[in-house]
Design a protein around this ligand. Sequence first.
Ligand code: HEM
Length: 400
Amino acid sequence: MNILIVNTSRVANDLLEKRARIFSDRRVTPMMELNLSSLRTMKRYSNEWRRDRKLFLQNFRQAVVNRFYPYQYKKVQEFLCNLTISPHKFMQHTMGQVMSFPTTSLSQSLVFSSVYGLDVAPEDHLAQIAVEAMNTLAYTQIIGAFPTIQRYPWLRYMPSWFPGCGFQQVAAQCLEKLKTLDTIPFDMAMNNLTMSSISSFLLAMTLHPEIQRKGQEEIDVVIGKDRLPTFEDRLSLPYVEAIYREVMWLHPPIPSGVIHTSIEDDYYCGYHIPKGCAVVPNVWAMNWDKEVYPEPDRFLPERHLNIPGGPFTNINDISAFGFGRRVCAGRYMADNTVWLTVASVLATLTLGKAKDKNGNEINILGEYTSGMLRHPKPYQASITPRNQNAKGLIMAATSP
Ligand code: HEM
């Protein structure tokens, strides 16, 4: 198989954006053909995908995502309330079942309530299935995870007891989950990406109190202390925007991007790119390119302020959302959810390192998971309301 790894934004732009007609297909492994090829994210570049994406965008395009605002306010306020009432469980409130915690995360419950009018309980079957489906997708994406069917595609016609056909059982289990999700599109599992970003934000604020303070000060000056932030405040809060952009920049939830595939032969900078080539948009390398962005290992919101136009550039500049015609179709909703959470947490809570019984700060390694979906590993933190006023705002917002 031919694989092209794209490590710079310039090449990503040249191929995935400007030549999107050629580079918008998906690589479908024999294993995925058995179970996941009907999923929107993984669909081949086809008329069926076009129709599907058009339908999806009717509900999620920029002009109409404000219809989710009431649900987003409600769910973010519940999230603040959970962090206030049980701060030691902040990992559960954030990553939920992604990390095998028996709870639903902010984003899962947001999507279930906004799109389907369902209030999802922690042990809810649908939420569990959505997470399992996401994990399965990640597994089937790994090149070489199912070597026998990859090498001998005809094995799919053999029974599961046939030697080397263990993959059949995995496929059967997936199909069962997907049938249950029939009316709840699988893409809702993409919400784990939203929570990965929120989790990265919480870790960044815990590790960088001075940046947290600057964000809080901006909110105090612009909004005051008597109300929670709203979407109307967004353009008046450049530093908060810069924090959000830096989180998306340094911690893309899928650092290796989602693979695109070419539908015909092409030539670029003297190289031949054969038809069917898997193009890996290595978002991590693009965003951590020292030549373009000095000191990528530092959390520096200021870098987004010091560019022409400031931090409020087009959402398409956030490469964590992908590229070209396959760019994340839910990005306007996701962008709003993460931003509102960032602003609301800064307005009401203070995050810092937890202390041991002797009063010494517990060190945080700041480690991340290494799978396809990247998020912080569990750590201990202290989360407290900034003051009584902030606590009052949180409780008032969530009281019936
Ligand atoms: C921070 C949160 C999110 C991130 C970082 C993210 C990222 C991505 C990425 C990288 C892709 C693949 C893009 C490519 O192939 O170049 C994608 C596709 C997609 N995302 Fe998201 N996503 C997020 C949240 C969401 C949410 C909340 C939804 C649904 C409400 C959603 C719906 C989709 C859909 C439908 C696709 C498939 C697009 C297609 O193939 O046509 N995403 N997303």
